[in-house]
Design a protein around this ligand. Sequence first.
Ligand code: CP
Length: 310
Amino acid sequence: MKWKRKDLLGLQDLSAEEIALVLDTAASMKEILSRPIKKVPALRGRVVANVFYEPSTRTRVSFELAAKYLSAESVSITASASSVVKGESLKDTALTLAAMGADVVVLRHPLAGAPHLVARTVRCAVINAGDGFHEHPTQALLDLFTVREKKGTLAGLTVAIIGDILHSRVARSNIWGFTKMGARVRLCGPATMMPPGIEVTGARVCATVEEALEGADVVMALRIQKERQQEGLFPSLREYTGLFGLTRERLALARPDALVMHPGPMNRGVEISAAVADGPRAVITEQVTNGVAVRMALLYLLAGGGAVDG
Ligand code: CP
């Protein structure tokens, strides 16, 4: 199949075939990353604008590197160092970047739906790099890619996602992605951090972390987002860790070959112990590497790249 969408705004809208196309394209891109000279001319002359209204290390740097490896021009702006601080609106910022020739706008924004507004405003492609609590589709695609690469398939796997589901755009995108690809998703976290009605996505809410982990093929710990925790949704970090922290003892409930994942940045000793994060089942740094390949694939598909080798 061919990619037909102008934008990548979320995985809720994508079909299993579209997700598979991104993952297959990312596999070709990963081969480029293994070369001594990681550069192909596929997007020569194209312009990628990374616009980040929230902090980021992984997503922003991997989009910048992805653009460079495909020979695109790449510019990055943060809200705090742009005309946003003078009151410029998101719409006018997007129109300004498009008027300067951007072919792809990569947007991270604290408000759900912000990339959708920009996608309706500009003719160029828009990629959602995380919007509020809503979706983080490129993170989920790199997670799917990592699991498929390690396990050979996604269909039939059991994926346990543990932690703050309510505030997690990573969890939402992963629930859509894994269920569309035929995996079973179990969720567990404090009741105050479980969105009501989340079962409509096809995920199963588990009462205990032990129930979620039992026999799981993939275990994903979510970051406790201290910056979004003004409401006192759990009594203390110590209590959270005691009830939901991913320790070696708890991980022993999962399959012996279970993968341990975390989208980063991690709070070591809170949602995941250092022993598990650095242990033999963790694929956390491979997730980061695969993030570059997946973002190369998305830029290539959305910017209409030419032949990868010339
Ligand atoms: N996982 C993730 O989105 O990390 P960054 O906030 O560092 O981009």
